[in-house]
Design a protein around this ligand. Structure first.
Ligand code: FAD
Length: 451
């Protein structure tokens, strides 16, 4: 028999259920299609394109070490797969289960069109998330959890399967050849951010060794500390499946310091994926309608995007995003709360800007975290407004994070940096005055929200 392992966002050879199943007693085509539809959307921003190009080259190397190679095609995924299926008389196609509306339409189209060639589609759950979406449901009949704590309780009790080994002795069908592996510039227009993370499984596994060897122990205490590098930075590797979430849970010794807090974040990831799987429209529609009448204010939106709001902690987060294609989670929460609650601008505008820059930009995690912060999603305290000054004093007490990203303020000492207007009433050269008074804006927001 001839099988196909169709890679999508499971770009790894370790613990890859679709690849492991495809190589059993068969010649195998490991395929990635550079999908013209995906390339034409905002989804593939320059940072993702850069990350993806390296990840594909690295996957090819991993497959070559196992005796195979990556077979790349360009075009419509379903069309290209069907063409290869006919050319090599493929009997089975193996693919990872995914949750977005786009990936589910792709899966349906594949199933229908492959059937016409007598080829079966095998969809592997638990490739992208630890718990397959839909596996856990609350009592009472709903098809998904809408509150994290009970989800996490059930999730924590699930047995975690052992990671699958890297396949050996991959045999390609005779004559199988690849189109060139794309460079970042073939995938999307625009230059990547200067400090975007290097893509690929090898780079991801290097981080993993470091993380479990030296850093996870401090995670519980320091993950909210904006200035230190105390979080794993696994997010783009998890987004593209260069790392397996299951393997990370498996490697986390529950009794070791930091491990429970770290694994809990992977449960958050699964939580958002199961919500999106159940409600694909949540990428753009509110989970809970709060009758918001969002402001239309282009000047404020532009200032927020550019990191020019006059609130140093907000601006530092936005500038980190532009420079690295990544932002610390606490900064994501502060900047998102500022947009949706202080400026009262629609969360979709903020989510779109994040997706235009994040290397880890993810339909489930981005859109649903935005809804969570905006109070239209699963947060049980939807009207909570983060105060940017208190957040800054708590999570950047020395001001080191702001100092790193806002050089105009670097001369300010200690926590003075978080409220420059108090010490420099005439303003600071090169740094804007506040575009809004947070305290007043927060009161206005609460009045509108509470009706
Ligand atoms: P760590 O703290 O080391 O956590 C380990 C992993 O757990 C992360 O890599 C991530 O996969 C997962 N995780 C952590 N926090 C969350 C969370 N709140 N929700 C879901 N999964 C989580 N994460 C993305 O992967 N893609 C996004 O597009 C994204 N957009 C976000 C937008 C907003 C407004 C907010 C508030 C959060 C967003 N997050 C997103 C979640 C979180 O900020 C990032 O996953 C995290 O900052 C990545 O850094 P890390 O890998 O060092 O995380």
């Amino acid at each position: 028999t001839v099988t196909m392992a169709l890679f999508t966002r499971d770009l790894r050879v370790h613990d890859n259920p679709a690849l492991a199943a495809a190589v059993q007693n068969a010649e195998v085509l490991p395929v990635f299609v550079v999908d013209e539809t995906i390339c034409a959307t905002d989804y593939l921003n320059p940072n993702k394109a850069d990350f993806l190009a390296t990840a594909l080259a690295d996957l090819d190397e991993g497959l070559r070490r196992a005796g195979g190679q990556l077979i790349v095609r360009h075009g419509d995924t379903v069309g290209e797969v069907c063409r290869l299926v006919r050319q090599y008389s493929v009997d089975e196609v193996h693919i990872a289960e995914d949750v977005s509306a786009y990936s589910r339409r792709r899966e349906d189209r594949l199933r229908t069109q492959l059937a016409e060639s007598d080829c079966r589609l095998h969809v592997h759950a638990g490739s992208i998330t630890v718990a397959a979406p839909g596996r856990l449901t609350p009592s009472g009949g709903s098809d998904h959890f809408a509150v994290f704590t009970p989800y996490h309780r059930r999730w924590s009790r699930l047995p975690v399967r052992a990671p699958l080994p890297v396949p050996k002795g991959i045999r390609l069908p005779h004559g199988a050849g690849s189109e060139p592996i794309p460079a970042a510039t073939d995938l999307g227009a625009g230059s990547p951010s200067p400090e975007v993370a290097p893509g690929g499984e090898s780079a991801g596994r290097h981080l993993v060794r470091d993380w479990f060897g030296a850093h996870i122990g401090a995670y519980a205490d320091r993950h909210d500390d904006l200035a230190s590098v105390a979080t794993s930075r696994f997010s783009p590797y998890l987004h593209f499946g260069c790392l397996s979430a299951t393997e990370l849970v498996h490697r986390s010794d529950p009794s070791a310091p930091g491990a429970a807090a770290f694994v809990r974040q992977l449960a958050w990831r699964d939580f958002h994926h199961q919500m999106l799987a159940a409600r694909p429209e949540l990428t753009h529609s509110d989970y809970r309608n709060r009758n918001d009448r969002w402001h239309e204010d282009t000047a404020s939106l532009t200032a927020w995007r550019a990191g020019q709001t006059g609130y140093p902690i907000v601006d530092a987060g936005m500038r980190q995003l532009a420079a690295q294609g990544w932002m610390h989670n606490r900064a994501r929460m502060i900047t998102a709360s500022f947009l949706t609650k202080t400026l009262y601008l629609d969360w979709r505008r903020g989510a779109k800007h994040f997706l235009a820059l994040l290397a880890d930009g993810d339909m489930a995690n981005n859109q649903l975290n935005w809804q969570w912060v905006a109070g239209t999603g699963a947060d049980t305290r939807p009207n909570r407004v983060l105060n940017p000054i208190r957040q800054a004093e708590r999570y950047d007490p020395s001001g080191a994070y702001v100092r790193r990203w806002i050089p105009e303020l670097a001369h300010l000492r200690g926590r003075d940096i978080h409220q420059p207007w108090r010490w420099h009433t005439d303003g600071i050269d090169g740094y804007p005055a506040r575009i809004v008074d947070h305290e007043q804006a927060a009161r206005d927001f609460l009045r509108v929200r509470r009706g």
